[in-house]
Design a protein around this ligand. Structure first.
Ligand code: ZN
Length: 117
């Protein structure tokens, strides 16, 4: 490749020109951004799986290098698994709270029944 500023021959994929210091607009910059999306997706998978899922999809769609796409896919899969785990936890939690509410209603109707007497 050649420098976009001064035209000197450079090593392929170099970020800066060794002769004039001009930044070379390579795909590396975009690749880093997309891979950041994938990494965010992995992090959000544990905190907010829905956000992780969306970030993962965007990361896969915008990922230009195979590495950033792979990162995004990992985030996507992790988000999917965590979403499933969270759903199960919510159902278990709801089940228990419903049981407690029923117990409360039961004891209250029992009290009303007692007071009514
Ligand atoms: Zn140059």
């Amino acid at each position: 490749m050649y420098c976009k500023n001064c035209g000197h021959e450079l090593q392929d994929n170099s970020e800066f020109c060794v002769y004039c210091g001009a930044r070379q607009g390579s795909n590396n910059v975009n690749g880093k951004d997309s891979s950041a999306l994938g990494l965010l997706s992995i992090i959000f998978a544990f905190v907010q799986p829905m956000v992780g899922l969306i970030l993962g999809i965007v990361g896969v769609l915008q990922g230009k290098s195979s590495k950033s796409k792979k990162t995004a896919i990992v985030g996507l899969i992790l988000s999917f698994i965590m979403l499933f785990v969270y759903l199960i936890l919510i159902f278990v939690f709801l089940d228990r709270t419903l049981e407690k509410i029923y117990e409360l209603i039961d004891s209250e109707t029992y009290l009303i029944f007692l007071l009514g007497k």
